[in-house]
Design a protein around this ligand. Structure first.
Ligand SMILES: Cc1cc2nc3c(=O)[nH]c(=O)nc-3n(C[C@H](O)[C@H](O)[C@H](O)COP(=O)(O)OP(=O)(O)OC[C@H]3O[C@@H](n4cnc5c(N)ncnc54)[C@H](O)[C@@H]3O)c2cc1C
Length: 472
C-alpha cells in the first residue's frame, strides 16, 4: 500500500488541484472503453508543469513507488491503468497539461503539451492553414503523450506515416526525475543516439512525455472520397498500387472492409445504407487529397476508376459528390467496431504484414481459423494502405459468449504465428500493454528482447515506470 505520508508528500508537490484520492473522480480513469480491464489505485497525480512532474517522478524514484502515465485512456491494451499487476501503482494523468505551445507555420511544425488531444492539434494546425495529418477514431480523446508512447497510426499512414514519422522532438521526465529536453523542431540532427525514438512506442516504460513537436503539412483543400466494390483482396492490392501511380501518390486513405462487416453495420447502425446497389465480397474506402485545387486530379481519378471497371478489378463504385455523401461513406467504415459488438463476442488481433502479403495472409489465416473453430465469422478490416488489419474473429452465431472468449489466447497464438510467417507484427497500433506481454515474449526475437530489457534497466533501474507493461 502507498502510505498516507507518500500521498501527502506527492500531493504537496503537485499543488492543491494536482492530486486526488476521491474514488468518484478516480473511477473513469480506472476502466477502458472495452471494459476488458479494471484498474485500482490510491492516488492520481495531475501535474500542470514539467517541473512538477519531474519533482513527483524524482520522489517516486527515491521511494521506489511505481507509476503509470495516462493520457486519454484510449489505448485498450491495459497499458494506461494502474494496479493490474502485482505492484501498487499511482496514476499520473496529463489532463492538466493540455496547451498548444506553438504553431510554426514556416517550419511546418507544432509543439504541444502531453495532455493536448489530437483533435486540438488538428484544429490548431488548420487555423494556420496547415495539416496535422494523424487521424484516428479516438482523436477527440487521445493525447500527445499517448500517441507518442504508442506510436499511433490511424487512417493516413499510407501517405503521411505514423507518429514516429511525424515526431521531430520530445521533452520527457526520465525515471530518475531529470528532464530530458529533446524538444527540437530540427529536420536534421545527427548527434548520437536518438533518445526520442526510444521514447516513441515505449508505452510509458522509459519516461513521462511532457511535450512534443510534430511535423505539419500543407492543408488539403480538395478531397475525393470513393466507395468501391471488389471481388478479392488481391484485386484491392492491385488497385492500391495503380491508384498511387495514377494520382501522383496522393492517396491518403485506403481502407478495406469485408461484406460481412458491411452487413453488420447495415443491420445494426441506424441510418446507414450501401452506397452501391450491388453487394460485393469486399469494399474499399479511398480518400485522395491535394493541397492545391487541381481539376486534372478529378479527371485522373475518373479515368482510373473507368479503367478498373473495364478490366474487372472494380465491380461497381461511387465517387462522393458532396461532403455529406463522403461522410456517409465514412460512417460505414467508422461503425465497423460498434456494429460487431451487436453480433456477440469477437477475438481481436491488431496486426500488420507487408502490404504485398495482405491477400495471402488473410486467405491462410481465415482458412486456418474456419478449420480450427467451426462456425467463426472472420471479419478483417482496416488500413490496407499500410498493411495493418483489425483481424477480428466473431463468435459463431448463437454460441456462448464466455465459452468463445475462452479461446482468446490459443486463437491469438494461431493467428500471430501466421502473422510472423508473413514477416508481420503482433501489434500494429495499440501496443503491447499488459494484454500482449506473453505474446511479445513468445514472438519477439531473443536478441531484440534482451536489448530492450537492457535499455529499460539502464534508464529505470528501480523499475518504477509502468512496470506491468511490455515485459512479463
Ligand atoms: C475507437 C478507437 C479507435 C482507435 N483507432 C486507432 C487507430 O486508428 N490507430 C492507432 O494507432 N490507435 C488507435 N486507437 C488506440 C489509441 O487511441 C491510441 O493508442 C492512442 O495513441 C492512445 O492515446 P491515449 O492518450 O488515449 O493514451 P492512453 O491510453 O492513456 O495510454 C496509452 C499508453 O501510453 C502511455 N502514456 C500515455 N501518456 C503518456 C505520457 N505522457 N508519457 C508516457 N507514457 C504515456 C500509457 O501509460 C499507456 O501505456 C484507437 C482507440 C479507440 C478507442
Amino acid at each position: 500500500m502507498i502510505s498516507r505520508e507518500h500521498i501527502e508528500a506527492l500531493g504537496r508537490i503537485c499543488g492543491p488541484k494536482g492530486s486526488t484520492t476521491d474514488p468518484d473522480v478516480l473511477a473513469p480513469h480506472l476502466s477502458e472503453w472495452r471494459d476488458k480491464f479494471t484498474g485500482k489505485t490510491a492516488l492520481m497525480l495531475m501535474p500542470q508543469t514539467a517541473a512538477e512532474a519531474a519533482a513527483a517522478v524524482a520522489y517516486c524514484n527515491d521511494h521506489s513507488i511505481a507509476l503509470v502515465p495516462q493520457g486519454g485512456n484510449t489505448g485498450l491494451v491495459g497499458g494506461s491503468l494502474p494496479g493490474l499487476g502485482k505492484a501498487d501503482e499511482i496514476l499520473v494523468s496529463t489532463k492538466r497539461m493540455s496547451r498548444i505551445v506553438t504553431v510554426d507555420a514556416d517550419n511546418y511544425s507544432i509543439t504541444a503539451e502531453a495532455g493536448c488531444t489530437v483533435a486540438a492539434l488538428q484544429a490548431a494546425a488548420e487555423a494556420e492553414n496547415r495539416l496535422f495529418p494523424l487521424s484516428l477514431a479516438s482523436e477527440g480523446s487521445c493525447t500527445v503523450g499517448g500517441i507518442v508512447s504508442t506510436n499511433a497510426g490511424g487512417v493516413h499512414v499510407v501517405r503521411y506515416g505514423n507518429t514516429r514519422a511525424l515526431t521531430l522532438g520530445i521533452e520527457a521526465i526520465l525515471p530518475d526525475g531529470s528532464i530530458y529536453d529533446g524538444l527540437t523542431s530540427l529536420r536534421k540532427d545527427n548527434t548520437g543516439y536518438a533518445l526520442d525514438q526510444l521514447l516513441i512506442g515505449a508505452e510509458g516504460t522509459l519516461g513521462l512525455v511532457t511535450r512534443a513537436t510534430f511535423k505539419l503539412y500543407p492543408k488539403e483543400v480538395e478531397r475525393h472520397t470513393l466507395w468501391l466494390g471488389v471481388n478479392s483482396v488481391k484485386d484491392a492490392l492491385s488497385l492500391l498500387s495503380s491508384a498511387r501511380e495514377a494520382t501522383g501518390d496522393r492517396v491518403s486513405v485506403f481502407e478495406l472492409m469485408p461484406h460481412t462487416g458491411l452487413e453488420f453495420v447495415l443491420n445494426h447502425i441506424p441510418d446507414t445504407r450501401n452506397p452501391l446497389d450491388t453487394a460485393h465480397l469486399w469494399y474499399l474506402l479511398i480518400d485522395i487529397g491535394t493541397s492545391a485545387p487541381d481539376t486534372a486530379l478529378k479527371t485522373a481519378i475518373e479515368n482510373w476508376v473507368e479503367t478498373a471497371l473495364s478490366n474487372g478489378l472494380v465491380q461497381n463504385g461511387a465517387i462522393a459528390t458532396s461532403g455529406k455523401q463522403a461522410s456517409a461513406f465514412w460512417q460505414l467504415r467508422e461503425s465497423m467496431s460498434e456494429a460487431q459488438k451487436h453480433e456477440g463476442a469477437s477475438i481481436k488481433h491488431d496486426i500488420s504484414v507487408p502490404v504485398s502479403n495482405v491477400p495471402a495472409f488473410i486467405e491462410e489465416a481465415t482458412a486456418t481459423l474456419e478449420k480450427t473453430y467451426s462456425g467463426v465469422r472472420v471479419t478483417p478490416f482496416g488500413h490496407l494502405g499500410d498493411g495493418n488489419l483489425h483481424f477480428n474473429v466473431m463468435q459463431p452465431k448463437g454460441a456462448d459468449k464466455t465459452e468463445f472468449l475462452a479461446h482468446w489466447e490459443a486463437m491469438n497464438e494461431l493467428v500471430h504465428d501466421i502473422v510472423i510467417n508473413y514477416g508481420g507484427s503482433i501489434s500494429a497500433e495499440h501496443g503491447i500493454g499488459s494484454l500482449k506481454k506473453a505474446e511479445l515474449a513468445r514472438t519477439k526475437p531473443k536478441a531484440a528482447l534482451t536489448a530492450m530489457k537492457s535499455i529499460k534497466q539502464a534508464l529505470d533501474p528501480k523499475g518504477i515506470m509502468n512496470p506491468n507493461v511490455l515485459f512479463e
